[in-house]
Design a protein. Sequence first.
Length: 567
Amino acid sequence: MKSFRSPFARVGLVLLFVLMIASLAANGYFLWQTGKISPMTVRIAQKLTGLGMTAPERHQMQRDLRSNLRSYEALRQYSLDNGVAPAIGFDPLPPGEKIRPRPHRVVLSPVGNVRLPENLEDVAFYTVPQLAQLIRSRQITSERLTRLYLERLRTYGPLLNCVITLTDSLALDQARRADREIAAGRYRGPLHGIPYGIKDLFAVKEYLTTWGAAPYREQYIPADAAVVTRLREAGAVLVAKLSMGALAMDDVWFGGMTKNPWNPEEGSSGSSAGSAAATAAGLVGFSIGTETWGSIVSPSTRCRVTGFRPTFGRVSRQGAMALSWSMDKVGPICRSVEGCALVFDAIQGADGLDRAVRQVNFEYDSRIRLGDLRVGFLESVFEEDSSNKAIYDEMLGLLRDQGAELIPLQLPEFPVWYLSFILEAEAAAAFDELTRSNRDDLLVRQGRGDWPNLFREARFIPAVEYIQANRFRLQVMEAMADTMTKVDIFIAPSFGGSTLLLTNLTGHPTVCVPIGTDSEGHSLSLSFIGRLFEDGRVLAAARIFQEATDFHRRYPDLEELKKAAEK
């Protein structure tokens, strides 16, 4: 230690330290300069990609990384509306697959002798075909039915927290118009005069469109979404814009949590939370929801109603909030499968505005028999849930009783969970401005699994990995196409295995049908999955099963809900 006391030793030590600092600075190891991209920046960032690079390689790319950053910043000076889709598009049909030509035909099952009940409140729980029969036979006017639903929305909507906006003035105008047209013999079809609610993800030009999220609670979009236009043309009556989980996640919106009418102690699930809750509670004749990864299936299961997620590319999303351009789908939530078929028939088809939508004929024939179809079932998935085996065995038995010869089936063995970041990447792009402006802080939920964090996290998904994931996705689609050559439809527990994510990634149509509850009172459902663009066939098969049960005819005791709220 004595040697360091000499002047020469101290000078040498200082010079060595200065040289070390100069060397580190020259190689960019000090990051205090704002916006500086240095080799150390790259060295740290490369850990997010799992790649190894040498120091010369990191140094070499600095100039191009800075150039890329300048491009990003320049592009951010231009506005991008949420409704602008990317130039790249998703097609659910794998190479070589073709859509089977079919006629456009809707053959309904006999609705029976439908009569207006003594207690008008009971009408609120009628199916779409039953309501259509009442209106067409003029046993009830659209205005009277609309006033019934509006009153129920005012009474029970706040208890369930399922309504964002009542559209009462518009509804009464539309109902009176329907009555005038029907009286004059201009009956538009089975939705004419029937009140419905729509997820507040769709634009309605007379009203705010909040997307269930505080940053957009005053948002006004001066145009009708394509689905709203189609339903208006069919004569349906819009009575409410219904709650949704903020930016299409779960059941919590800026007004709180939407409740399950069967058990108000729990949420209705989401993100089509209000659509499912309002339908189950008899507050609307039917509703419209959307699904990206379970947002129709999950709330339909929880609220014990029937949900239909069509083939990707069957219903226009123009005027709807975009979350994932390659996964978003629009579909109906009803009290019966046949109601879903009627609503889907009204809203499906190309409009020239959503480039992902194909014009494909819809053929629904209620006369089809299960014995005419090859019906698969995911045997291993059913067996996984041993606690509900008795229930599932009974449901499979019902299918066999209806003529189905169940074929054991296995889905492609690919870990699709690793592809789920496709959704996050697209969602982060859809809400890029929200993240950069820090207005994501206004969202109610701020946890690790909520949108604010997921949007930020997705900024670090490399573009290369997003593209690679979509290449793997194509392989899954091709494997799924091969699987579907073995069957016409297949059945699975709605949340069994990877079925829900896989079929959302591949775009296959799914009908979610209630089958009661487990031993602890939790709702259960079966999903019927069909071939791409054969939506009518899977709906017809699900209807046969549903008619052999009575689960869709049950409804919650809202008076108990009312009493509980009063306490």
